[in-house]
Design a binder for this molecule. Sequence first.
Ligand code: IDP
Ligand code: MG
Length: 133
Amino acid sequence: MEQTLSIIKPDAVERNLDKEIKEMFKNNGFSILNEKKIQIEKSEAEKFYKVHETKPFYNDLCAYLSSGPIVVMILEKDNAILANRELMGATNPVEAQEGTIRKKYGISIDKNSVHGSDSVENAKIEIDFFFKD
Ligand code: IDP
Ligand code: MG
């Protein structure tokens, strides 16, 4: 079994979509091992998204992730990282396949409703970021 970090982003929490999105994870065979609803500081978002610090959208991205409550979760399943990326769909909701979370709920490339780890290494770092006490 593999674990990945999932975040339900502010645009989705604000629209009360967190229950429906969690159901999509469960219906697709993911177990939610741990979850919490939190709001983070912009400085924490900057740490979380550090890999993107050179991108032109970095400042807006960090402002956005810290703009309202989010739900962070540890998801577990065989090949959870790839399976979650598939279930989320493409970064830009207009490019996401039918049946994916971003196709269904995403508003725009920045308000795309969910985050998911992209590698085994980053999943471990991201899970520790939110759940290591
Ligand atoms: P991912 O979330 O699909 O892994 P990344 O390339 O890691 O996509 O980008 C992280 C987040 O940054 C995206 O989910 C999206 O919210 C935002 N983002 C990515 N590219 C752009 C862009 O071109 N403009 C604005 N925001 C972007
Ligand atoms: Mg990414």
